[in-house]
Design a protein around this ligand. Structure first.
Ligand SMILES: C[S@@+](CC[C@H](N)C(=O)[O-])C[C@H]1O[C@@H](n2cnc3c(N)ncnc32)[C@H](O)[C@@H]1O
Length: 249
């Protein structure tokens, strides 16, 4: 390492220090075709995001980049005054809910949560990853409703829980309209059922976000989105975190 970089590593300036540190990791990881975020990307060191992660604490779930995207989505919907409730299909411990609702910051808006709280349903042939990566099993990533309620109810009073297999409990909100639908159920069948239910109920300018669209481990979720939007006017925007977003026309 050159003298310039050594000086940077011990600099008093936080950003300069981070940058030197990142450069070392970048070089190391590039050899394995892996990538990390640049040190000067604001959300990676924003005190606001750090405070939210500290507030959320330990329960596992979506990683920091996807949390930031959900938080920004919530904020955008509030700032643009898009009308409607919000909903999620697949919440596990509730981490995605936390970031979405913190961004939305609207306790008067009902948030509907659909989850089996018994983990994944049975995958079909469309869910088999062609890559040899992990294949899902029925019951994987199961968390009890009581645990998720406890995680979320200390922050929010507007969450409504619908325990059951998608789409069994959708009829209970059939008369609502939605500003956000976040879909994170990993498999073809429940992803497709969620799209079929929420799409016609989305407000204009509302968004559907899929956590799994760009994952080699979730080919069924990708397939469901591609099939569903092939004959519709809206476009799917995939983003580098693996999520995608669709704005309702
Ligand atoms: C990947 S996890 C969701 C992760 C979550 N969004 C987070 O922030 O960590 C998928 C969730 O979907 C639920 N799930 C999967 N298939 C389902 C189905 N067919 N019906 C209802 N819930 C389902 C699982 O119980 C699990 O909680």
């Amino acid at each position: 390492m050159g003298l310039k970089n050594v000086l940077k590593r011990f600099s008093r300036n936080e950003l300069t220090r981070r940058k030197a540190q990142n450069k070392r990791f970048e070089r190391m990881l590039r050899r394995h075709d892996l990538h990390i975020y640049k040190s000067h990307i604001n959300w990676t060191f924003s005190p606001e995001m750090k405070a939210l992660h500290d507030q959320w604490g330990k329960p596992p779930g979506v990683p920091a980049d996807r949390c930031f995207f959900l938080y920004s989505t919530g904020r955008l919907i509030r700032e643009r005054h898009v009308a409607g409730d919000t909903a999620e299909c697949g919440v596990r411990f509730g981490k995605s809910t936390f970031f979405l609702l913190k961004g939305l910051d609207d306790p008067a808006r009902p948030h509907h949560i659909f989850d089996s709280f018994e983990g994944l349903s049975e995958g079909g042939t469309l869910d088999k990853a062609a890559t040899g990566l992990k294949s899902w099993q029925k019951g994987d990533i199961s968390v009890s409703e009581a645990t998720t309620r406890a995680n979320l109810e200390r922050f929010f009073s507007n969450c409504r829980f619908y325990k059951g297999w998608i789409p069994d409990r959708f009829p209970e909100v059939a008369d609502r309209t939605f500003a956000i639908a976040h879909i994170d159920v990993d498999l073809y069948e429940p992803t497709m059922a969620s799209l079929e239910f929420f799409y016609p109920r989305m407000s204009r300018g509302g968004v559907i976000v899929c956590d799994d669209y760009g994952f080699a481990t979730c080919p069924g979720a990708t397939r469901a989105f591609d099939e569903f939007f092939a004959s519709r006017s809206e476009a799917i925007l995939p983003i580098p975190s693996g999520q995608c977003i669709v704005w309702k026309d």
